[in-house]
Design a protein around this ligand. Structure first.
Ligand SMILES: [Zn+2]
Length: 264
């Protein structure tokens, strides 16, 4: 898969620094205040066609959430803490959750696929950022129950966090990306990489992990089977065996190759 991404130079040059708001030290961004650390120049800004709300369950660690990527990369994306922020939004605007104008991304039997939705009236899309178990409490809240549920096609996740619900369970930023890609095809007729930069941080981190493990074949990525994409097929096989805890010592220098080709 090819993505059209902004240059990674600002990330490559980024150093740990203090968040101007909370004064804690971070690299790349503060995931509490959603502030970019260091030079903001060159960090892409993605214009989204719908107001985007990501409902974050407080038990989900912010440091591990990819929802923050959307918040930093797009002005249209906001994170709402469950349930306090939802209650506050309703107090400010009684029609905030108007079910005629909102959809929530959630795969279920009665969810509509993207082409099945009449998008003319839809102004807001909600995403749920939580583990599988926490999702049910969000789904059963009075705000979400009346909303139309929509689903996207099946995609395989590239996320590096271990989860036990299968390869088709996407990280939040992947789900947001694929949602808008499908939306764009239905509403505009074609997709021309408009939202690729939603994956700006995600692909940068993905590549870092891949490079890190590819550079040292004695290292095994233990969290997910076959996660690291080696150029040399033998190494893939060895990693499989390592993961099965069979000790095989092998030293082969491999050339690094990033699977995801980037057009910069
Ligand atoms: Zn901060």
């Amino acid at each position: 898969m090819e993505f059209k991404l902004a240059s990674f130079k600002p990330l490559q040059e980024s150093k740990r620094g203090f968040c101007p708001k909370c004064n804690k030290k971070f690299k790349f961004f503060c995931y509490y205040c959603y502030e970019i650390i260091g030079n903001k120049e060159g960090i892409p800004n993605v214009k989204l066609p719908l107001d985007t709300f990501i409902i974050h369950h407080p038990n989900e660690k912010k440091s591990k959430s990819t929802a923050v990527h959307a918040r930093i990369l797009s002005k249209e994306a906001k994170i709402l803490e469950f349930p306090d922020d939802l209650e506050n939004e309703e107090k400010k605007d009684a029609k905030f959750f108007n079910p005629n104008e909102t959809v929530v991304l959630f795969p279920s039997e009665d969810s509509l696929s993207i082409p099945e939705v009449d998008w003319k009236q839809i102004k807001k899309v909600f995403f749920i950022d939580s583990t599988w178990n926490q999702t049910s409490s969000i789904l059963s809240s009075k705000f979400i129950i009346p909303m139309k549920k929509v689903k996207i096609s099946n995609y395989e996740t590239k996320f590096w966090r271990y989860q036990n619900v299968g390869k088709n369970c996407l990280s939040t930023i992947e789900a947001i990306y694929y949602f808008f890609k499908e939306y764009q095809i239905v509403v505009n007729g074609s997709y021309n990489s408009e939202f690729d930069n939603l994956l700006y941080y995600f692909i940068y981190f993905y590549n870092l992990i891949q490079k890190n493990y590819q550079a040292d074949s004695s290292k095994t990525f233990k969290r997910i089977d076959n996660y690291i994409q080696y150029e040399n097929e033998n190494l893939n096989e060895n990693q499989n065996q390592n993961q099965k805890k069979i000790k095989i010592k092998i030293k082969i220098k491999i050339k690094m190759k990033i699977k995801i080709k980037m057009k910069i």
